[in-house]
Design a protein around this ligand. Structure first.
Ligand code: DGL
Length: 281
């Protein structure tokens, strides 16, 4: 059988979505991935849902020129704000990170409370709670925005750094007191702080990484529609960013857990005209 050699399009507000790419590449090493990081307009986590939805549509238009077999919305904030609108308007399958994370959390919690930590915009959208209630109508959901986690992770603060520990304690101790069984890491950056988070949550609270669950959902989808790539060649990762490719390359390694080779800056003209391939030829 001949595999589907088209790429998977992935996008995020910046570098954070590389944690989702890392999980995708672990499970799908033969897939080509085209990643767009909107580094000129990051962060999305403090913007209105209308603005984030507009950005998400623009980015999907950009990615469509690569003829992807599916698009993964790696950004929690963009998934929370824009997924239904993207699903309604795009002709390729779209997978966000909220639904897979919410589903796994409900399964693991088994009727107990679930906590979600995420950006302000994701929490304000109520998208995680709504997704959980679709699986379990009486699900009890505790939501907590943790805006300082994003800059901590980007700055490379380690889990054992006293500042990281203090911020994590400040946000999460009140959550732990409410006795959830599961804590969802509902933001691309939070897996980098997992060690510090686990120190506060302890062994009785299970962590769910939305990115990891999304990668599993992507594998299931591609298998079910017979669209996996051939297994004979390693997949390529091509990254495009709207600003500062050097910073993306340097910081992104930690998020991807691998050096990043192929990063291209996209000017606003190229982005809005969606003509990068024409220009690259
Ligand atoms: N990628 C965003 C998310 O997962 C975090 C960074 C931002 O605020 O843009 O919600």
């Amino acid at each position: 059988m001949i595999g589907d050699g088209r790429c998977i399009g992935v996008f995020d507000s910046g570098i954070g979505g590389l944690t989702v790419v890392r999980e995708l590449r672990r499970r799908l090493p033969n897939e080509d991935i085209v990643y767009f990081g909107d580094t000129a307009r990051v962060p999305y986590g403090i913007k209105s849902s209308e603005t984030v939805t507009r950005f998400a549509h623009e980015t999907c238009d950009f990615l469509l020129q690569f003829d992807p077999k599916m698009i993964v919305v790696a950004c929690n904030t963009a998934s929370a704000a824009a997924l239904p609108a993207l699903e309604a308007s795009l002709s390729v399958p779209v997978c966000g990170v909220v639904e897979p994370g919410a589903k796994e959390a409900v399964l693991l919690a088994n009727g107990h409370s679930i906590a979600v930590v995420a950006t302000e915009a994701t929490i304000n959208s109520d998208a995680y709670r709504r997704a959980m209630k679709r699986y379990q109508p009486d699900a009890r959901v505790i939501q907590k925005p943790c805006p300082l986690f994003v800059p901590l992770a980007e700055e490379g603060r380690r889990c054992e750094d006293p500042i990281t520990r203090s911020v994590v304690r400040d946000y999460l101790e009140p959550v732990v007191r409410l006795d959830p069984k599961v804590l969802v890491l509902g933001c691309t950056h939070y897996p980098l702080l997992k060690g510090a988070i686990e120190e506060v949550t302890g062994p009785d609270i299970q962590l769910v990484d939305s990115g990891e669950q999304t990668a599993k959902a992507v594998v299931l989808h591609l298998k079910s529609v017979g669209a996996l790539a051939d297994a004979d060649e390693p997949g390529r990762l091509s990254c495009y960013v709207s600003d500062n490719p050097q910073r993306f390359r340097e910081l992104g390694q930690r998020f991807l857990d691998h050096p990043i080779v192929d990063v291209t800056w996209i000017s606003p003209e190229q982005f809005f005209a969606c003509d990068v391939k024409v220009n690259a030829e």
